[in-house]
Design a protein around this ligand. Structure first.
Ligand SMILES: Cc1cc2nc3c(=O)[nH]c(=O)nc-3n(C[C@H](O)[C@H](O)[C@H](O)COP(=O)(O)OP(=O)(O)OC[C@H]3O[C@@H](n4cnc5c(N)ncnc54)[C@H](O)[C@@H]3O)c2cc1C
Ligand SMILES: NC(=O)c1ccc[n+]([C@@H]2O[C@H](COP(=O)([O-])OP(=O)(O)OC[C@H]3O[C@@H](n4cnc5c(N)ncnc54)[C@H](O)[C@@H]3O)[C@@H](O)[C@H]2O)c1
Length: 459
């Protein structure tokens, strides 16, 4: 039992930033983490998946040498350096000692355990209660959502954890879910020679994005040998002795369309879920059935309780968690600063081509605004796209609120789509007038010059 100024439950990117900064600023901070300090992002999310993508993209580029720069013969993928790098460089063999020391070095008190709010100003960690004089920050993130599919619980499926920790690749993989996790990992494994089938319940891959982004990605995936099935979900999953190599069991997934997809392994990437009740938030007034933790523009849940990161449902991205953490740090310290504003929330799915977007899609804009204009430029038709040749698939789309003359959304699909997004995010965030965007210079021949073409196409 102890008395602190603040307790932070969950030390993923959001919680770790709040806890470390407030400790550095002299507050008595109790940091509570039941797994690894750093959370999903460094151990099973952004960082190792982007190392996998970097390696897979190197293979894809090598395969593009033919027709551009001669011939290097067949490229022979080897997963070992990727697994080694994830173990040694990214995750320290899934050991967070360095991160714990860093937090303690800033003056924080660390406890490994499961935290739970028991009432205003009170937190319990594995049976021990602590008193908080300023409050509690909930930053407990998400866990994989596993759909209620018959038989699924009886087969040894992968979530992002097993997919990231894999040392030896399977011969074949069924990926359930064509969102960000499913698409990124499907392409990685396929580029390393795994026979990948992806099944997405929505009409297209990345259904949250502009429809033409998902369609384009499906074309690229099919050209790379990935089997893409959209508009179908899993009805039943069974162990299938015939689906694994050398007599090892695999899985058979029966789809709503009655087709059966077989693979040595099954990756479930069908979204994430927040466990509101487990954090005890009902003791401070949050409805037990809430799907996410409701917060105001200062990330306050109620007096003396804040929430940051995936739990808030404002966007499951590390940059959202860090952004909200900054707001909570200021609020706890009584400092001024801008309130949360998600109009220019950027999203990048790091497939090849990258699918990057900010703000509203065309559909969302048309649903909420009176006059909308949209412009699109195809990357292969831009000077840089044409020069780039192999791997140049993509487009830039801009969405304008025509009454105000500002962009409210944009999408950049293509090589370095996430980098092209930078300029578009500034335009949406700062509400730069479209005539101003049209009158500036765009360096020749860059990918971001496609923005100028898309602006010219606004209609
Ligand atoms: C495969 C994959 C790739 C991704 N790639 C990207 C990317 O490229 N870019 C990007 O921006 N985002 C990416 N994300 C999303 C990103 O990882 C999350 O948005 C981010 O980790 C959220 O941070 P958080 O602090 O909200 O929660 P988390 O990272 O989930 O951390 C929450 C922590 O709280 C702990 N915890 C939970 N309950 C308790 C409790 N009761 N007591 C104590 N501790 C508790 C958990 O163990 C966990 O460590 C990716 C996610 C995945 C799965
Ligand atoms: N590059 C990045 O920033 C990045 C990368 C990975 C993950 N993330 C974050 O993590 C979050 C979680 O990623 P995710 O891909 O697990 O979730 P997601 O919500 O992005 O995608 C899940 C997909 O699964 C589909 N689905 C749901 N149930 C299904 C079923 N029974 N059968 C077939 N398909 C089904 C959904 O239609 C959806 O398209 C993302 O929303 C994103 O915010 C970000």
């Amino acid at each position: 039992m102890g008395t602190f100024d603040i307790a932070v439950i969950g030390l993923g990117p959001g919680g770790e930033h709040v806890a470390g900064t407030l400790a550095e600023r002299g507050l008595r901070v109790l940091g509570i983490e039941d797994r690894l300090v750093g959370g999903e992002c460094p151990y099973w999310g952004c960082v190792p998946s982007k190392m996998m993508i970097r390696a897979a993209n190197a293979l894809a580029e090598a395969r593009r040498v033919d027709g551009l720069a001669g011939s290097i013969g067949a490229v022979r993928p080897n997963w070992a350096p990727v697994a080694d790098r994830i173990r040694a460089d990214a995750t320290d063999s899934w050991d967070d000692a360095v991160a714990v020391d860093r937090f303690v070095g800033k003056g924080g008190t660390f406890v490994r355990g499961t935290g739970r709010i028991t009432g205003p100003g009170r937190v319990e960690v594995d049976g021990l209660e602590h008193t908080l004089e300023r409050g509690v920050v909930v930053a407990t993130g998400t866990r994989p959502a596993v759909p209620p599919v018959d038989g699924l619980a009886d087969v040894p499926y992968w979530t992002n954890h097993e997919a990231i920790e894999v040392e030896e690749l399977p011969a074949s993989l069924v990926v359930l879910g064509g969102g960000a996790v499913g698409c990124e990992l499907a392409q990685v494994f396929a580029r390393f020679g795994v026979d990948v089938s992806i099944v997405e319940a929505g009409d297209r891959l990345l259904p949250q994005e502009e429809p033409r982004a998902g369609d384009l990605l499906a074309d690229v995936f099919r050209a790379e040998g990935i089997t893409v099935r959209t508009g179908r979900s899993a009805r039943r999953v069974d162990v299938d002795p015939a689906a694994g190599p050398d007599g090892r069991d695999g899985v058979a997934v029966e789809l709503s369309s009655s087709e059966t997809v077989r693979g040595e392994k099954l990756l479930v990437a069908t979204g994430r879920t927040v466990d509101v009740a487990a954090t005890g938030l009902e003791s401070v007034g949050v409805a037990a059935g809430a799907l996410t933790v409701p917060v105001d523009e200062r990330c306050r849940v109620t007096d003396g309780v804040w929430a940051v990161g995936d739990v808030t449902g404002e966007g499951a991205f590390t940059h959202v968690a860090m952004y909200q953490a900054g707001i909570v740090i200021r609020d706890v310290l009584g400092e001024d600063g801008p309130a949360a504003d998600y109009r220019a929330l950027p999203r990048v799915t790091f497939t090849d081509p990258e699918v990057a977007s900010v703000g509203l899609s065309e559909r969302a804009a048309r649903a909420s605004l009176t006059r909308v204009r949209v412009g699109t430029a195809q990357v292969p038709s831009t000077a840089r796209g044409w020069i780039h040749k192999a791997g140049n698939e993509g487009f830039v789309t801009v969405v304008e609120d025509a009454d105000r003359g500002v962009l409210v959304g944009a999408t950049a699909v293509g090589p370095s789509g996430g980098e092209v997004l930078g300029a578009l995010a500034v335009a949406v965030h700062a509400q730069v007038p479209v005539p101003t965007l049209r009158s500036m210079m765009y360096a020749y021949p860059t990918f971001h010059r496609g923005i100028e073409d898309a602006l010219r196409d606004l209609a």
